[in-house]
Design a protein around this ligand. Structure first.
Ligand SMILES: Cc1cc2nc3c(=O)[nH]c(=O)nc-3n(C[C@H](O)[C@H](O)[C@H](O)COP(=O)(O)OP(=O)(O)OC[C@H]3O[C@@H](n4cnc5c(N)ncnc54)[C@H](O)[C@@H]3O)c2cc1C
Ligand code: FES
Ligand code: FES
Length: 498
């Protein structure tokens, strides 16, 4: 029988929760049920970082812990079953001295009104534990999901640089106080978390609502075929907002996060295979290893807490026209492995979307994994995200390209665009206009004209239709100049360090 209560570790104690609404967020539970109010609510949609907490999880071999910052405001409570929750209160229990991260924030004047501070502290704590000597870029990246409206970022960045100098006189018997790389393993914590591991999964019911967390893919497939009206939940960075912002009531939820087969990430001589429950934080470095041209795109995808929870599979299945990963995955020829009951099929990603948020999934069918061909040496692959902010912003448009040159001519060219129209798709006319042509400015201008036939641009608060089309044409021109080595890279990075 699957377990019906949610169990997790908090400050060394096992917390067991029965009879709770399965879409209650971790933040609501902390603040309203436990009256633990250090963790704040700013936006309730994953944007501001005030609600940041850290989750520790035992790895698949059961011999080490991973620590990750997440946004508690959009994380449903059952998803932390079997994990350890670390909040700002955990860092300096009453009567103990401040954690090195907190002391550095005090010393560097990193807080004024203090509303954002617990969130910053938790993002910095995750950095402190996972990176013993971060570069300025790594500090910027770690803080990309935290907004401060009164202190300003300079003192907070100074605190991030100073936090490693605080720890020498610490009582290091507690692993929370140890910097990353410390030799002592947090064995006691692992043992406690392993004791929470159920072999039966989870089935939480409250007031007629159900939350299922099966452990294997056959059970998942059977459950979903029997309940095709259920909502599949992966990282919840889209689904969470349906509840917190749209106030939707999800009657049945089936969670991918405990299914071993969906968590697999592997690389063969031909493909990178990314299971549907693999987080963006785990998938992206592997993809960038093969496609360095996608580094900036992934760096600018949301923020670390969103990437730590969100999945590549969720981005694709959600199918938003402004989803960032799909243009790049389309141009490199990714395909999707889909399953319904016992039947499995494979579909090219560029055939998956039919219309605005209408995809090829049948009732009861779900995404198992994404298959991404490994990079061919001769292909140049790049992607550009155009948005108002560098960090944590939604694309106005997002483009991706794959170019193979045959001498001075185009051997093969693929381009896909997001944000331009109701669905993300390849730019067929533009691709045809460049096929076999000289790779020069004249051909690029022809391709820019052809782009008008590929898309019916949309207008919204991010950009008008006209601006969107012009932006994509300019981004194509820019890609051309990048391949020629003509581009000042600091312009495109909004002045930020690469
Ligand atoms: C603050 C913030 C910033 C963001 N920034 C970006 C950004 O920069 N770029 C961007 O592209 N997106 C962004 N997003 C959107 C979101 O983070 C991504 O779409 C993410 O990849 C969703 O993954 P998830 O695992 O959280 O999906 P979930 O929210 O769990 O699910 C999303 C959808 O996919 C379905 N689904 C999930 N797994 C499966 C499966 N295996 N089979 C079938 N259906 C499935 C769900 O039912 C749901 O319809 C942002 C979101 C937030 C809150
Ligand atoms: S409250 Fe703003 S990110 Fe959670
Ligand atoms: S200290 Fe006031 S918002 Fe950051």
């Amino acid at each position: 029988m699957p377990g019906s209560s949610i169990r997790f570790v908090l400050d060394g104690d096992i917390i067991e929760v029965d009879d709770v609404d399965p879409t209650r967020t971790v933040l609501q539970f902390l603040r309203e049920d436990l009256r633990r109010k250090g963790t704040k609510e700013g936006c309730a949609e994953g944007d501001c970082g005030a609600c940041t907490v850290v989750v520790a999880e035992v790895n698949r071999d059961g011999d080490d812990l991973s620590l990750r910052a997440i946004n508690s405001c959009i994380q449903f409570l059952p998803t932390i079953d079997g994990k350890e929750l670390i909040t700002v209160e955990s860092l300096a229990p009453a009567g103990s001295q401040l954690h090195p991260v907190q002391r550095a924030m005090v010393q560097k004047h990193g807080s004024q009104c203090g509303f954002c501070t617990p969130g910053f502290v938790m993002s910095l704590f995750a950095l402190y534990k996972t990176n013993a000597s971060p570069s300025r870029r790594e500090i910027d990246d770690a803080l990309a999901g935290n907004l401060c409206r009164c202190t300003g970022y300079r003192p907070i960045i100074a605190a991030a640089q100073a936090m490693y100098e605080q720890g020498d006189d610490e009582d290091r018997s507690d692993w929370l106080q140890q910097p990353c790389g410390a030799q002592q393993k947090p064995d006691g914590r692992i043992a406690k978390l392993l004791s929470l591991m159920s072999t039966e999964g989870l089935d939480v019911e409250h007031a007629g609502r159900r939350f299922y967390a099966p452990l294997d893919i056959d059970s998942f497939a059977t459950l979903y075929v029997r309940n095709p009206d259920a909502t599949i939940l992966a990282g919840g960075t889209d689904v969470g907002l349906w509840v917190t912002k749209q106030h939707r009531e999800l009657e049945k939820v089936i969670y991918t996060g405990r299914v071993a087969e969906l968590a697999e990430l592997s690389v063969s001589s031909t493909h990178i295979e990314v299971g549907a429950a693999v987080t963006l934080s785990d998938a992206m470095p592997v993809i960038v290893d093969h496609y360095p041209g996608l580094d900036e795109l992934f760096r600018r995808f949301a923020s670390p807490p969103i990437r730590n929870a969100g999945t590549l599979g969720g981005n694709i299945a959600n199918g938003s026209p402004i989803g960032d990963t799909m243009p790049a995955l389309m141009v490199v020829g990714a395909s999707l492995v889909l399953r319904c009951g016992d039947a499995t099929r494979e579909l090219p990603l560029d055939e998956f979307y039919h219309d605005y948020q209408v995809n090829d999934l049948a009732p009861g069918e779900f995404l198992v994994r994404v298959r991404i061909p490994v990079a061919e040496r001769e292909a140049i692959v790049g992607s550009q995200k155009w948005s108002k902010r560098f960090d944590q912003d939604i694309s106005a448009v997002c483009t991706a390209y794959r170019l193979v040159l045959d001498g001075e001519k185009v051997g093969s060219f693929r381009m896909a665009c997001g944000g331009l129209a109701a669905v993300i798709k390849r730019a067929a006319h533009c691709e045809a206009a460049l096929d076999g042509q000289p790779w020069n400015e004249k051909s690029i201008e022809q391709a820019c004209r052809a782009l008008q036939e590929d898309f019916t641009p949309i207008s919204d608060m991010r950009a008008s239709a006209d601006i969107r089309l012009r932006a994509v044409q300019n981004l194509l021109r820019r890609f051309f100049h990048e391949t020629k080595g003509n581009v000042d890279s600091t312009l495109y990075t909004y002045g930020r360090q690469r």
